[in-house]
Design a protein around this ligand. Structure first.
Ligand code: FES
Ligand code: FES
Length: 161
C-alpha cells in the first residue's frame, strides 16, 4: 500500500468486496475489475451516457462519476444484482418490445427503470422519460425502451386498483 492507495470496502450485490486500490480508481472500474461485475458498462467515462448506472444505497448514480473510495461502506447494486419485484417483468418487457438492440445501454436503462418503478410503480410516460434523461441509447431505441417500461408501469397501476 502506498500513499496513493486506498482501502475500499463495499457491499456489492449483498457480498462484501474489499481491496486496496489506487485512490483515484473510479467506482465503475472497481465494480468491473475488482468485483467482477462486467454488466456495468463503460460508454464514456465522463458522466454523459448512463451505461455505468448502478444503485448506491438504492439511488441511481453514474458510477464513473464517483471514486470507489467514495462508495466505501455503502451498498451497491449492479444490474447483476437487481432483485426488486418489478425486475422480472422489466426484463421480459424489454425483450417483448424490442428494447434491446446492441444491448450496450441496457444495464443502465434497466437499473434506472428499476429505481423508478420501486418509487413509482404506476409511473406515467413523462416520468419514465424524465428518469431516463441521463441515459443514451446509441442504437436510438428510445421509444421501445419507454414502451417496455410503460407496459410494466401499467401492470403496477392495475395492481394498485
Ligand atoms: S460511462 Fe458513466 S456515464 Fe458514460
Ligand atoms: S441498444 Fe444499443 S446502445 Fe441502446
Amino acid at each position: 500500500m502506498t500513499d496513493y492507495d486506498e482501502q475500499v470496502e463495499l457491499d456489492v450485490n449483498g457480498e462484501r468486496v474489499a481491496a486496496t486500490v489506487p485512490a483515484r480508481m473510479l467506482l465503475v472500474h472497481y465494480l468491473r475489475e475488482v468485483a467482477g461485475c462486467t454488466g456495468v458498462h463503460v460508454g464514456c467515462d465522463t458522466g454523459n451516457c448512463g451505461a455505468c448506472t448502478v444503485l448506491l444505497d438504492g439511488q441511481p448514480v453514474k458510477s464513473c462519476m464517483l471514486l470507489a473510495a467514495q462508495g466505501s461502506g455503502q451498498q451497491v447494486t449492479t444490474v447483476e444484482g437487481l432483485d426488486a419485484p418489478c425486475v422480472p417483468a422489466l426484463r421480459q418487457a424489454f425483450t417483448a418490445h424490442g428494447a434491446i438492440q446492441c444491448g450496450y445501454c441496457t444495464p443502465g436503462m434497466l437499473t434506472n427503470a428499476t429505481a423508478l418503478l420501486c418509487e413509482q410503480p404506476d409511473a406515467d410516460e413523462e416520468s419514465i422519460r424524465n428518469a431516463l434523461r441521463g441515459n443514451l441509447c446509441m442504437c436510438t431505441g428510445y421509444q421501445q425502451i419507454v414502451d417496455a417500461i410503460s407496459a410494466v408501469a401499467q401492470q403496477g397501476e392495475a395492481a394498485q386498483r
